[in-house]
Design a protein around this ligand. Structure first.
Ligand SMILES: *[C@@H]1O[C@H](CO)[C@@H](O)[C@H](O)[C@H]1NC(C)=O
Ligand SMILES: *[C@@H]1O[C@H](CO)[C@@H](O)[C@H](O)[C@H]1NC(C)=O
Ligand SMILES: *[C@@H]1O[C@H](CO)[C@@H](O)[C@H](O)[C@H]1NC(C)=O
Ligand SMILES: *[C@@H]1O[C@H](CO)[C@@H](O)[C@H](O)[C@H]1NC(C)=O
Ligand SMILES: *[C@@H]1O[C@H](CO)[C@@H](O)[C@H](O)[C@H]1NC(C)=O
Ligand SMILES: *[C@@H]1O[C@H](CO)[C@@H](O)[C@H](O)[C@H]1NC(C)=O
Length: 432
């Protein structure tokens, strides 16, 4: 999720005080006062999702042609359990979240059946106080072809990477990494990793870095490019490369620019757009003001309170448009919200001009519902969960037939995987 702890970042003054006192700000320092029953939200009816959306007046142009539905809540053979958690033995670390997904290329395959990779954010205040509560990144080889996590893929120290950054955190100079997202670019066979330096609860600075590599599984292979995005305070970026769209497909007969969808800050109220002409390393603000903002929260809609980028957008093969998964961050429980703290939504971006949204979720795709997402015992000191009522996606794997795996952090503590389907309709409204 964008913010590190629900309380700390909505109240900058507290963060500043703690910062000045040089306290280690652990999330557990902010116990939640809510009754446990208010954590558990189960059905659409409980949530009154339609009523929640009743004042929503947003009608993007191709809304009637699209829907996105969850077809399998736990999609990798781990029935009613998360994919990665310390409690069930798949990680050595306290909290494992913000998972980004990348495809492993044939030539990088190890002798095992690794076909996927995850970049996972780790937080462990006991083992690594020098990461502060931001964390570190681990590169985790996995196989998401409906197999539970293999023992050899357990998240360990050897998987931690600083993605080419020369300086690493030390006890005398603590800092930490947060919110990774990764995009594979077939044309150059490069992987582009965006990640945040979010030291001391991101106060007063938070900055998104870019690192690239041709093999994420090689810890030495990364090149660090630093803060490449043209904004003062950023909180994560999802990249879309458009090498597959030649200029004859563009209305204006120009080569389309690559796009970065960038979260603005802890207030999570806008996803901004930056563009890059060809190298994907030099990013600028679009000249045309109408192309500078991808989305904001929509007043009267379920996602009124704050939006944050999700994973890289993926092409929908049958229509040519793009699927964008995004997150909301409501500031719950300090700002009451029936959806809890973070939930996951979708938007469809125009295939020719992905700065334009052509359809968008009228209710959340995924909300916190299972104990490892709602964390009913958190207020009683249960430390298996970091932030209650959170599902926050930063991974998306296309698996064919307009189906995708959404890979998300739950409770800012464990990694979950759900299968979704993009349902397209023809103009008469029949499912295709
Ligand atoms: C919708 O708007 C009406 C009129 O302003 C208001 O009474 C109602 O509470 C709103 N509903 C929601 C769910 O916000
Ligand atoms: C998973 O949870 C659901 C609802 O809580 C339950 O109906 C189902 O039997 C569970 N499945 C497994 C495999 O435990
Ligand atoms: C751990 O495994 C048990 C048994 O499969 C499951 O019920 C539970 O939800 C799992 N916990 C997490 C955090 O995945
Ligand atoms: C991250 O931020 C901290 C604190 O501002 C700083 O000391 C550290 O050098 C930064 N890390 C990198 C890789 O720039
Ligand atoms: C980055 O791109 C902008 C706009 O395309 C261009 O004006 C600028 O010279 C480029 N900078 C570098 C360092 O390549
Ligand atoms: C094409 O150019 C027009 C006029 O300058 C502009 O409004 C439109 O956004 C452009 N479309 C694309 C896909 O760049």
């Amino acid at each position: 999720m964008v913010r590190l702890s629900s309380a700390a970042l909505s109240i900058h003054a507290i963060v500043l005080v703690l910062f000045l006192l040089h306290l280690h700000v652990g999330v557990a320092a902010f116990p939640l006062s809510k009754d446990s029953s208010s954590y558990v939200l189960q059905t659409d009816e409980d949530l009154n999702l339609n009523q929640n959306n009743q004042n929503c007046t947003d009608h993007p142009p191709r809304q009637h042609l699209y829907d996105v539905v969850v077809t399998e809540l736990d999609a990798v053979g781990n029935h009613n359990a998360s994919l990665i958690s310390r409690i069930n033995g798949s990680s050595d670390f306290e909290f494992n979240f913000n998972p980004a997904w990348f495809p492993v290329q044939q030539q990088q395959h190890d002798s095992h059946d690794t076909v996927d990779g995850l970049i996972v954010r780790l937080v462990d205040s006991q083992k690594h106080p020098e990461w502060v509560n931001a964390g570190a990144l681990a590169v985790v080889p996995v196989n998401l072809n409906n197999k539970p996590m293999a023992v050899r893929n357990k998240v360990t120290e050897s998987m931690v990477t600083w993605a080419g950054a020369e300086q690493q955190p030390t006890p005398t100079q603590p800092w930490g990494a947060a919110d990774p997202r990764i995009t594979y670019r077939p044309k150059t066979q490069q992987y582009y990793l965006t990640w945040d330096n979010c030291t001391k609860n991101c106060w007063p600075h938070r900055v998104t870095y870019l690192s690239t590599t041709d093999n994420p599984l090689d810890p030495q292979g990364w090149t660090f490019h630093g803060p490449v995005f043209p904004f003062a305070y950023t909180s994560g970026a999802a990249l879309l490369f458009r090498d597959d769209t030649d200029k004859t497909h563009n209305d204006n007969n120009t080569h389309p620019t690559h796009l970065a969808f960038i979260c603005n800050s802890n207030t999570a109220d806008t996803i901004y757009i930056a563009e890059s002409k060809n190298d994907g390393l030099n990013w600028t603000i679009p000249k045309d003001p109408s192309r500078r903002i991808l989305m904001k929260g929509r007043p009267g809609c379920w996602d009124a309170k704050g939006v944050a980028a999700g994973p890289q957008p993926e092409r929908i093969p049958t229509t040519g448009d793009y699927l964008l998964i995004y997150n909301i961050d409501t500031g719950w429980p300090y700002h009451p919200n029936p959806l809890g703290r973070c939930a996951i939504g979708w938007a469809i971006l125009d295939g020719k001009d992905p700065t334009k949204i052509v359809a968008r979720a009228i209710k959340p795709l995924l909300i916190a519902s299972r104990p490892w997402e709602t964390c009913p015992n958190h207020h009683r000191g249960d430390s298996d969960c970091q932030v209650p009522m959170v599902v926050f996606a930063s991974g998306l794997k296309p698996i064919g037939n307009n189906q995708y795996l959404v890979i998300y952090g739950a409770g800012d503590a464990v990694v979950g995987v759900s299968k979704i389907q993009v349902v397209t309709r023809n103009r008469e409204g029949t499912n295709q």
